[in-house]
Design a protein around this ligand. Structure first.
Ligand code: PEP
Ligand code: MG
Length: 363
């Protein structure tokens, strides 16, 4: 038993000494972050904030979407703020001294909305009873208005932030107030705020300016000098092809190879079990799903182009990957060759990524 532990430890340390890239983990909660740290993660490469809006907080989010006046919307955002701040304080505490990339809200809007069929039935029943419910009716109208045929290509990521006033500001405030609180407690928070699903530099700039304004306010209110980075996901082909422009404004890139694979191939990451997909695997049109192992010629080429274009405008631009491929051995070698600074994967895959990144170039 102990011999094995010692041997594994020696191998891991050897790999750690040999690797150039660092290895981070994707983690959304303080518990996950603490686990990731035990597995040797050197930071959080992706903290997805969407789960923080589900569960008990769903009704707050529904009211936020329904809000038809600025006052109402601000009230809902005000209730979400302290909840979000607590989430971030926990994660920053668990990762004290290490970089933590927190991504602003990304999921497609339909994930927040109540089920349209259920809601329709409830409205119909209430009306038949002669007891119409005003709130249900309003929600049904809102859900209809926001319904999209292709939610994954719709109101997601940065687009949500642009469309719902105050949403990204609230999240940024929660992040920066959490960082200020950690500094006041003697901690060393290293915050990186990340904007999802950016396709062009103007979208990114709009959000970045809003974040900078919030940071000014938080500095004045708390008296704490805050340092943080603002960067973006590169997960759409257009973002990769215009990475030079985006790098003028963004302080780091993180490649979202899940969405980049989806949008490069033009097939849905949610329907990988679809008939055509298994037929393709069976006929050997691809040997392995490009969602599992990076498609080097297509998606990988976009990563390479974006790396080159990004660094041409901002030498030393910090680059990482946080899609599932960040924990896939072959893909890890590709990212190493291209020159990324880190890979980020689920906590359980961190040891594998550490080993693979330490094995160097295998081509
Ligand atoms: C990605 O698209 O690769 C990514 C990391 O983001 P998400 O999986 O949350 O869309
Ligand atoms: Mg994505």
């Amino acid at each position: 038993g102990d011999d094995l532990v010692v041997a594994v430890d020696r191998v891991m340390r050897h790999a750690d000494g040999a690797r150039r890239m660092s290895v981070r983990a994707n983690a959304d909660t303080a518990d996950d972050a603490a686990r990731a740290r035990r597995f040797g993660a050197q930071g959080i490469g992706l903290c997805r904030t969407e789960h923080m809006f589900l569960g008990d907080r769903r009704t707050l989010v529904e009211r936020l979407i329904l809000a038809d006046t600025d006052d109402e919307r601000e009230k809902q955002l005000g209730e979400l703020l302290p909840l979000q701040r607590e989430d971030f304080v926990g994660i920053l505490e668990a990762m004290d001294g290490l970089p933590v990339t927190i991504r602003l809200l990304d999921p497609p809007l339909h994930e927040f909305l109540p089920d349209i069929t259920e809601l329709s039935v409830r409205v119909a029943v209430a009306e038949a009873r002669g007891e119409p419910r005003e709130n249900d009716l309003r929600m049904l109208q809102a859900v209809h208005k926001l319904h999209e045929q292709n939610p994954m290509l719709g109101l997601r990521g940065v687009r949500l932030g642009v469309v719902i006033p105050g949403l990204f500001e609230m999240q940024s405030r929660a992040i920066l107030e959490a960082a200020a609180q950690r500094i006041q407690a003697g901690g060393v928070p290293r915050v990186e705020i990340m904007v999802p699903l950016v396709a062009n530099v103007q979208e990114f700039e709009t959000v970045k300016q809003a974040i900078i304004q919030v940071a000014r306010e938080v500095r004045t209110e708390t008296g704490v000098h805050l340092e943080f980075l603002v960067g973006t996901m590169i997960e759409l082909p257009r973002a990769a092809m215009t990475a030079d422009q985006i790098a003028e404004a963004a302080e780091f890139f993180s490649f979202g190879t899940n969405d980049l694979t989806q949008t490069t191939w033009g097939f849905s990451r949610d329907d990988v079990e679809a008939a055509f997909f298994s037929a393709y695997l069976e006929k050997g049109i691809f040997g392995v799903s490009p969602f599992e192992s990076l498609d080097v010629e297509g998606v990988g080429e976009l990563v390479r182009i974006a790396t080159e274009k990004g660094r041409s405008r901002r030498p030393g631009l910090k680059l990482g990957v946080c899609g599932e491929h960040g924990g896939d051995p072959d893909s890890v070698h590709f990212f190493d060759r291209v020159g990324l600074d880190y890979v980020s994967c689920s906590p359980f895959r961190v040891p594998v990524a550490r080993l693979e990144a330490g094995r160097g170039d295998r081509t």
